[in-house]
Structures are given as structure tokens and as C-alpha cells.
Design a protein around this ligand. Sequence first.
Ligand SMILES: [Zn+2]
Length: 496
Amino acid sequence: MPAFALPAFRRPTRRADMSDPTAMLDMLARMSALQWTRWGGNAAIRQTQAQRLHDLLRFTRERSRYLAERYAGLPDDAALESLPPLTRNELMGCFDDWVTDPEVTRSRLADFLADRTRVGELFLGRYAAWRSSGTTGEPGLYLHDADACATYHALIAAAMQRPEVSMAWAFGQCAHGGRRALVAATGEHFAGVVTWRALTQWAPGGESCELSVLRPVAEWVGRLNAFQPAFLAGYPTALVLLAHEQAARRLAISPSIVWSGGEHLTAAARRAIEHAFGALVVDEYGSSECLSIAVGCRHGWLHLNADWVILEPVDVHHRPVSPGTLSHTALLTNLANRVQPVIRYDVGDRVVFRPEPCECGSAMPALHVEGRRDDVVTLRRRDGVRVPLLPMALTTAIEEGSGLHVFQVVRVSDDALAIRLPDAPARARRASWSAARGALSALLEAHGLDNVDLSLDAAPPQVSAASGKLQQVVDPARHGVAAGPRARRPRGVRPS
Ligand SMILES: [Zn+2]
């Protein structure tokens, strides 16, 4: 335990949602400041970024026991590049000393996030809270204070103010009453749905509709046909499925804006969505640690919100890589959030920065992101109908239904899935397999896929040879390889 004495704690009085009477004024002030900074060009952006980084580091050294210790010995004006990179597992392991509010503890937050009836509520009455899905260990638990949330909302509002977006938005307000629909993991404390609910509190006009990724596509289609949204948001994998439904004329909607987030949007996916809906596609890159890192432009590049975010492309040893070079990972610094400082945090995404300015004229650095890519898995029902399952549906079903976070789902054939679990004593492994099988069976049944065989693969989860990252949902056929060793059941496990 670090021995640093921290200054007396003063409980924040503002709430991280729009119910706070000052929230709207605060967000408008932030939007105005954001525009002034950006009109000032590169020099103004760099100056603002440097000042915010200075303030964040000073605050962090005063208030975070863990980071104060990690930065001990470094001068007060140490350059960002001289600070140690941090990983999720490291920070989650010392959570109570990392956060800057002593009333926040990991166990209290974990209890809050375990209660799915409280999705969208504020933790301790003042912090937005969510968790990430677990891919390399226990899920990350995240808190965002009122200033951070107002900043994220201002960044989203700024993206909406771009001429092509605001025109499409105005058209959607007139043509479809501003109705908005979200396809997401709606029953969990994930960033997407929590933010959606916060934003729909104050966004002017329009009803809101949430569609769960755990439900069959046909159900989404029926609800969307009846709802006729002006604004459609979701994971790109879900949006592509809906684009196929629209192309097949089972879905007939005409949103003016389709907002893609939460996963990597490929150029092909963007084209499919644009073509099917004839809508403006806006791509946003964010993470649980920083909700709005970059926003896409009409030329297909993401532009870093460099006044509020620093993203360093680095190699496997965390050394910087040049623009034009694909990084091994990226180090994220979130300049907006104080309650849980994110400074040189390894986000695990491979990025490449564009060496020259983007044709769109934005002063913000342009980049492409190769985030984690899970596969959509298509299986065949008894009657021969092929049914796609989103990776988010498979992972959410297992996480919600079994409590497991480290696993890999592998498509073996048209009617067989295998699951890979980490090495563990036989008894624990049997219990995990039983829980995962139960959770997956329920999902498959909801999609009419109760004919699909489930098995336990003898191998543990395999890291992708191409990216070095763990894909939670893999269809080996999409990567030109066989499904791997034949799955076998451990002793004592009955066939499914
Ligand atoms: Zn651009």
C-alpha cells in the first residue's frame, strides 16, 4: 500500500447526467470552447492539450495514491512520454488506490454493476459507470465524472454540428419526427446503452427505441418497420445485418443518419450500410475508458478529438511508431476524466495515423483503427434457414448467463459451435462449461437454433496469429483455416 498522504477529499457536488440544473449550460459552454479551440487550428489545439495534460497530471499526483507512487521520482514537469504505460489488469488490481474519490471502492462499484436493474443510473448518485466485456481477464470497471460526461456530450454534439450531419439530422426531424433507435447489449452496464439513455434525457423531441442484440434479427426488423427511425445507432456488425435485411426488402426504413460505434467499421461495411439505407454514416471510435476518442469524416478517416484526447501509436515495446505505420497498440490519455485517471493506458487497438492532412480539411489528426474484430457466426436451423448471430450477442449471452469472461466461441460447422475455456482444475472447468452451455443454449433456442450442437474444445482460447489479439468469437472459415482440433468433452461432462 503506498504511503502517500493525500489532501482532504471534497465530495463532488455535480451529477454526471443531464438532471443537474447546470448540466446543459455547462455542455453549451464546453461546445463553445471546443469550437474556439478548433478554429484556432493546430497551435491552439496543441496548447489546449498541453494545459489540460498539465492539470490532469497535477491532480492525479495529488489524488491517486497508486499513480502518485508510480510517478514518484519523476519531475513535476515530466513529459508524457516519460511516464510509464499502464495496463487494464495492473490498474484493476489496485482499483481503490487508482481512483481519486475515496468513497469509490471496487467492491461497491462491482456490486452496483452486478445489478442489471440499475443500468443507466449514477453510481453514488454522481458518476456514470459501466463495465467492459472481459477479453483478457476480468472486465474493466469504469467511472466518469460530471466534467467528463459533459465533455463527451459536447464532443458528440460537435460532431452533430458538421454541416452534412446537421442537415441530415434536420431532415430526420421533419421526415420521421426525430425518432431514434439503438441496437445494442441493452441489459448490461455497457458504455453504449448507458450513454444512449443519458443523451435521450435531453435530446430535443423524438421517441427512443432500444433493440437487444440477444433477440433475433427478425424481431428487430418488425420493430424497426413499425417504428421508422430517423436515427439508427448500433455496432457495425448489427448495422450490416440490418443493411442485408433492407436490401432483401424485409426491412423498409429510411433513417437519415446511421451512427456506428463500439466496433471497427470496415470500408466494406460502411459501403453496405450507405448503399442499403441511402443514409449518412457517422463512425465514432470510443472505448470504455474514453467515450469519444475520434469521429469519422466523409473521406473515411477518423479524426482524433485531440483537444481532449491523446493517442500514441506504439510498437510492442511501447516505443512510438511513425505516422503511416500500423502500431502494435495505442496508449490513450483521457484529458476529461478525473475520478479514474487514464494516462498512457494500453487500449489494445492497432492504429495508423495519416502522415499528411486529410482532404476534409480537419485540423485534427486522422487515423484508422484496427480494433478487435470478432466474426458474425451464421448457423443453419432445422428447416435450412441460415441465421446470423452477432458476436456481441454470443459474448453478452455467455457473460450474462454464466458470469464467465474469458472464453472463445468457435464455429465448427453449419450446426455446431465449440467453446474454448482457459485451463483450470477439472471440477471448475466442468462447472464453467455447464454454465456456458446453458447460457448459449438459451440464446440459440431464442433464435430457433436448438438443433445446434455445443461442445467443449480441448484447447484453451487461441490468440489470432495475425493480430496477436484474442478474438472472442471466431469463424475459422472466414480466416481460411479449419476449425481446429476436434472438440472433445472432458471426463464427467455429459453430451449436450
Ligand atoms: Zn477527414
